[in-house]
Design a protein around this ligand. Structure first.
Ligand SMILES: Nc1ncnc2c1ncn2[C@@H]1O[C@H](COP(=O)(O)OP(=O)(O)OP(=O)(O)O)[C@@H](O)[C@H]1O
Ligand SMILES: O=P(O)(O)OC[C@H]1O[C@H](OP(=O)(O)OP(=O)(O)O)[C@H](O)[C@@H]1O
Ligand SMILES: [Mg+2]
Length: 282
């Protein structure tokens, strides 16, 4: 049975459970459950603190984990990212009161408050900056106001938390993060159960980002139309009862669907419609 670690709280928890559910896995019914078995898919899910997941996976006791890239790197655990999942996207950045510093080089001698000591200590060392790091569990933005630090390093998504605290970002992002699937470093990459799990999640990612497009067009316009909708391999083209017309079917990126429909209409395609993809294996 495959043993998988899933975040039990925080920004990662809801979207991770939704994705697993969409991929056909049974998920817990209430947030106090710490462990469930999905007998049909032969998977056991362990609901753990996101910060601890890389440590469990690196120990080899759990086969796979879902966590944040930033949490994986901060942990220093012997685990590696095998699939990015596209949710819980954030950047990790330094911020201060305006006028305190312009970049990482200015942080010499200062105190940096963060929940991600591992990432910050390494970043400062890589830049040859001698600064102190103080660990806080969360709500790090308040540390400057309360005099615990001159600088913070924290997760930024919209920037609202920083703005509300009167802080401004300094320098380039320390890293970019999103939810990722992780495995123990050096674990067999071809293990069939793991590959099947990854294919299912990839199916969800594709179903979320593509739609199926169908339309009719005159044979003379087919090459132009197919250039607009090349599909993943190649579009399906079927004859219509009306001679001189064909029906075309191809997957297109959901974000571009409306523009592609306009362009197809312009070249004379008609009966253009899109439908959602619920699941797929590419
Ligand atoms: N506002 C946010 N937007 C996007 N991702 C975020 C946000 N806050 C945290 N994350 C991501 O979530 C992960 C951290 O999860 P964790 O549960 O430890 O913290 P949290 O979501 O801030 O919840 P908590 O309220 O328990 O602190 C990291 O990968 C981080 O990049
Ligand atoms: O850029 P924003 O959209 O404002 O999002 C970033 C904020 O979200 C997270 O905080 P959370 O609410 O999880 O509280 P925490 O600091 O206690 O983790 C993170 O730690 C930042 O504070
Ligand atoms: Mg948080």
């Amino acid at each position: 049975m495959l043993r998988i670690a899933v975040p039990n709280k925080g920004s990662l928890s809801g979207p991770a459970a939704d994705m697993l559910h969409e991929a056909g896995y049974q998920q817990r019914r209430e947030s106090k459950e710490l462990r469930i078995v999905d007998p049909v898919n032969e998977v056991e899910f362990f609901y753990l603190r996101p910060r601890d997941i890389a440590i469990y996976v690196s120990s080899g006791r759990l086969d796979i984990g879902i966590t944040g890239r930033d949490l994986l790197i901060d942990s220093g655990a012997d685990a590696e990212e095998i699939l990015p999942l596209g949710f819980a996207r954030s950047t990790f950045r330094y911020a201060t009161k305006p006028g305190t510093a312009g970049g990482v080089a200015d942080l010499r001698g200062m105190t940096v408050a963060t929940s991600y000591e591992g990432i910050v200590a390494k970043h400062l060392a890589d830049h040859g900056v001698d600064a102190s790091v103080v660990h806080l569990d969360g709500a790090v933005e308040t540390a400057i106001e309360l005099g615990v630090a001159e600088v913070i390093a924290d997760v930024v998504e919209t920037g609202t938390s920083l703005r509300n605290a009167g802080l401004e970002i300094i320098g380039e992002p320390i890293m970019k993060s999103e939810a990722v699937v992780i495995r123990r470093t050096g674990a067999d990459p071809d293990e069939p159960k793991v590959q099947q799990f990854l294919r299912r999640l990839q199916g969800v990612l594709v179903a979320r980002t593509y739609v199926m497009m169908d339309y009719d067009c005159r044979v003379e316009q087919l090459e132009k139309a197919v250039a607009l909708t090349p599909g993943l391999e190649s579009p399906t083209v079927s004859p219509l009862h009306n001679e001189g017309w064909v029906a075309v079917r191809a997957m297109v990126p959901a974000r571009e669907a409306q523009r592609i429909m306009d362009d197809l209409y312009e070249i004379g395609a008609r009966a253009i419609l899109t439908t959602a993809i619920h699941a797929c294996r590419l």
